[in-house]
Write a protein that binds this ligand. Structure first.
Ligand SMILES: C[S@@+](CC[C@H](N)C(=O)[O-])C[C@H]1O[C@@H](n2cnc3c(N)ncnc32)[C@H](O)[C@@H]1O
Length: 400
């Protein structure tokens, strides 16, 4: 089902979905929808998707904000229909689901043109959460803006990075629990530009009930961050000195953020997140040294004989294995580009969202087999696999 969620996330996220039609309902009972259509609309200038459920002779409409539409579309298609036609500007995607829930996605030439259905709002200029000209106290304190809201020339990249990060946060909001306080942790927070941005966006701007903890090894940095949180009156944000692997203060955490924490510190953060059953994990790994010392393959020797290629390959392989392990423990995982200030290859973000249910046994076995085959092929022995021991059941894989 992962593939289905990725497809709807992408088509709704980049606003290329023109129409979706769900047909062949699993249930023929009176009262259940025989067909559902989904199309983009604009409401007060904002992008929404209209879901129309055809029940008997009636049609029920529901307008769903863009941020929630991808998940709703995939949930509905995956649970109640055996066929979906997703028409986008680039292609048509025919989604077929067998009785046992096996998924096939066929990509075909497009049959609808974007101009036919897309409302004006879908082509409008993107608005950023933080706008130049509007002074925001934490950005002023951190020296990104001046008191008039002008972004300092040297800090423009940082300003864009913060906005990009907040867009990603906006995208995952529908996956977080509602109606109670949200617990969030930023592991390896450093000087905490993004932690302050997170607090500003979720609590100051959106009024959500939250508690954020930033954790880092560096005492001086944590002292600075606590002082700044106090000056800003950010009462639900506190910073602690400590090692990610040893952190055991909280029993429940809903979202784990770990941006550029070094090497296996990222794995320690992912392990904690999984054990908390966090709804959302956002992780930008950094300095993935672990596999560099392990990876071996005769087939890959033309690549591995060059230090720089081996380094990049090891980093990519580490993240591929991390993503697969997260899928195995019930996360829908995507790798996306994140703006990196130094323009290095360290610009991948692992976005993992807790799936509604754990993978079915057949899907689990497939994921485990894929994981083991790749890990064995490159002779890797990753930290995260050991850390998650007991949750993985890798022996269910066919390939052993
Ligand atoms: C490159 S900085 C990133 C800071 C911030 N997250 C960002 O993206 O702007 C990495 C931070 O992770 C912290 N760190 C690395 N390993 C850690 C560990 N095991 N426990 C806690 N913090 C760690 C470092 O002290 C450093 O401040």
């Amino acid at each position: 089902m992962q593939e289905l969620y990725e497809l709807t996330d992408r088509l709704v996220g980049d606003q290329s979905l023109i129409q979706a039609t769900l047909s062949q309902p699993r249930s023929k009972e009176a009262g259940s929808a025989g067909k559902v259509t989904v199309k983009p609309i604009a409401l007060k200038g904002e992008p929404f998707y209209q879901f129309s459920a055809y029940i008997g002779t009636k049609v029920q409409h529901e307008n769903v904000p863009q941020a929630e539409a991808a998940r709703k579309l995939a949930d509905w298609l995956g649970s109640s229909f055996r066929q979906g036609l997703l028409q986008a500007g680039e292609a048509d995607y025919q989604v077929l689901l067998s009785k046992k829930g096996k998924l096939a996605v066929l990509k075909k030439p497009p049959t609808k043109q974007a101009a036919e259905g897309l409302p004006q709002a879908h082509n409008r200029k993107k608005r950023y959460e933080l706008e130049e000209g509007v002074p925001v106290p934490f950005l002023v304190e951190l020296g990104i803006m001046n008191a008039e809201g002008k972004v300092l020339a040297k800090k423009y990249d940082k300003f864009r990075q913060i906005n990009r990060f907040l867009e990603m946060i906006a995208d995952v909001l529908p996956h977080l629990p509602e109606g109670r306080k949200l617990h969030i942790i930023d592991f390896g927070c450093g000087k905490s530009y993004l932690t302050f941005a997170l607090y500003h966006y979720l609590h100051v701007s959106r009024g959500l009930d939250i508690q954020i903890v930033g954790l880092d090894l560096k005492e001086d940095v944590i002292r600075f961050c606590n002082g700044l949180a106090q000056r800003l009156g950010y009462e639900r944000l506190r910073f602690l000195v400590g090692d990610i692997a040893d952190y055991d203060e909280l029993e429940r955490v809903d979202m784990v953020v770990t941006l550029h924490a070094c090497d296996t510190a990222t794995d320690a953060a992912l392990d904690k997140a999984v054990r908390w059953n966090a709804s959302v994990i956002l992780s930008v790994p950094c300095c993935q040294h672990e596999l560099f010392a392990q990876v071996k393959s005769e087939v890959l020797s033309p690549l591995l004989q060059h230090g720089i290629l081996k380094e990049r390959f090891s980093a990519l392989a580490t993240d591929a294995l991390r993503a697969k392990l997260l899928e195995l423990v019930g996360y829908r995982t995507q790798l996306m580009e994140f703006i990196d200030l130094e323009h290095t290859p360290k610009n991948l973000l692992i976005r993992a969202v807790k799936a509604g249910k754990p993978p079915a046994p057949a899907e689990r076995a497939k994921l485990a087999a894929e994981y083991k085959q790749f890990r064995q092929f490159i002779h890797a022995d990753p930290y995260l696999e050991h850390a998650l021991d007991g949750l993985l059941n890798l022996e269910t894989a066919d390939s052993d």
